[in-house]
Design a protein around this ligand. Structure first.
Ligand code: SF4
Length: 414
């Protein structure tokens, strides 16, 4: 890219006030699958435990209708669709769906949208979905349909801990499922792990990390437990806080994750995410870069044309909306927030700082037509003085100390 004249507004900046992200072509689609085998004790995502077949088919049929409306009405809504680069089935437990329903959805997406030649199709999965030979056979069908990334919810390799947080699998189930997925030809395999669980010790985490680095996975997400209000986990915390790691132990756990995964060849590229070379989550990068994306399914959130939307977190409420000719996926009922230029600048900075590489001067100027110092200068100076961020010619990023206080940094930039 040629050097930029600092006084020149880049072409991508639109002085009419329409934010840059609103004018980017959309290349990502998220699908929310709101079903689980049962409810984990810490989870407050919208999901229906143990659904019957009728409910699954009801969801499938409405999802197809929503996808048809997303594609068919995009033009009229000023949404510029480009070939999809990422499709992400999240949940809930997408792997709980009968394979025929999943294949039908993928086929419909292919018919409605164009695909880039290197599109990532990710399926979130729980290990028990593929923990027997018979269940694992479906993986080949998914691969043939284009699913090339499966992200497994492992959380921990300790079976007692898994049972205590309401997970339905064991470490052995995960091993079986991962090797079945690798044999079926899934290109990218990922696992999620959790820290901060009740009664979790550094030794448990040590064993989980050793377990993970021996698996054929190229991506690891490591999240600290968050206590969602009124979940069984939250109630347990109120009763027995001493069973939960304190801040210091949590910090030690986070550091243990970083050191062990980096020593095994994973790059720490986002606060909570680690990838082998060329295996970053392309779909999640769209979120961290505040780029636009489509979404379908109950409770699914999208970002289109500078508007953040959230579908109703209820199967019936969502289905009514999808059927309503006056509403649908682009209707007023789902609008959560209109992102103006001022809010968009904050998003670029706060979300971008989640990435270890941080926010580059060039990218910020390209998106917003202004240097970030002009907006955040004083606050960045104060954060830098406290050694929470590093600034250089290239841009700004969290320091090692800043990684421990990322929430505080974000709050100060809001
Ligand atoms: S499987 Fe995932 S979405 Fe379902 S209840 Fe457990 S944590 Fe929540």
């Amino acid at each position: 890219m040629p050097p930029r004249d600092p006084d020149h507004k880049p072409d991508l900046f639109n002085p009419s006030g329409v934010i840059h992200a609103a004018r980017l072509p959309v290349t990502s689609l998220y699908i929310h699958v709101p079903f689980c085998g049962s409810k984990c004790s810490y989870c407050d995502f919208y999901s229906i435990p143990d659904p019957d077949e009728d409910l699954l088919v009801f969801w499938h049929d409405h999802l197809i209708l929503e996808l048809e409306r997303l594609a068919g009405e995009a033009d009229r809504q000023g949404v510029l669709l480009a070939p999809l680069r990422t499709v992400y089935f999240g949940g809930g437990t997408p792997s709980l769906l009968p394979v025929q329903l999943l294949l039908s959805i993928v086929a419909r997406i292919r018919a409605l949208f164009s695909f880039s030649s290197s599109c990532d199709i990710t399926l979130e999965a729980n290990p028990e979905s593929f923990s027997s030979r018979e269940k694992a056979r479906t993986l080949k069908l998914l691969v043939a349909a284009g699913v090339n990334r499966v992200s497994f919810g492992l959380q921990t390799s300790s079976d007692p801990l898994l049972a205590s947080i309401g997970r339905r699998h064991t470490a052995k189930d995960l091993e079986f499922a991962i090797s079945a997925a690798a044999r079926a030809g899934v290109d990218h395999l990922a696992v999620d792990l959790m820290t901060g669980l009740p009664d979790q010790r550094l030794q448990d985490l040590h064993e989980t990390l050793n377990f993970i680095v021996k698996l054929p996975v190229d991506h690891v997400s490591a999240y600290a437990l968050t206590l969602a209000d009124q979940t069984p986990m939250d109630l347990l915390y109120r009763k027995c806080p001493a069973r939960f790691p304190d801040d210091e132990l949590e910090r030690q756990m986070t550091h243990q994750v970083i050191v062990r995964l980096e020593s095994a060849g994973f790059e720490h590229y986002e606060i909570s995410n680690f990838a082998k070379p060329a295996a970053r989550s392309r779909h999640n990068l769209v979120y961290w870069r505040a780029d636009p994306y489509l979404a379908a399914g109950p409770a699914a959130a999208s970002y289109l044309g500078g508007i953040r939307r959230v579908n109703p977190p209820s199967l019936k409420g969502w289905a009514d909306l999808v059927e309503d000719p006056g509403q649908g996926p682009y209707g007023a009922a789902t609008v959560e927030e209109l992102v103006d230029e001022k809010a968009a600048r904050v998003e670029t900075m706060v979300l971008g700082l989640r990435l270890i590489e941080g926010v580059t001067r060039q990218n910020f100027r390209l998106r917003h037509g202004i240097d970030y110092e002009e907006i955040f200068g004083k606050r960045l100076f104060s954060l830098e003085k406290r050694k929470l961020i590093i600034q250089d010619q290239e841009g700004v990023r969290l320091s090692e100390r800043g990684l421990d206080f990322a929430d505080l940094v974000a709050r100060e930039l809001l």
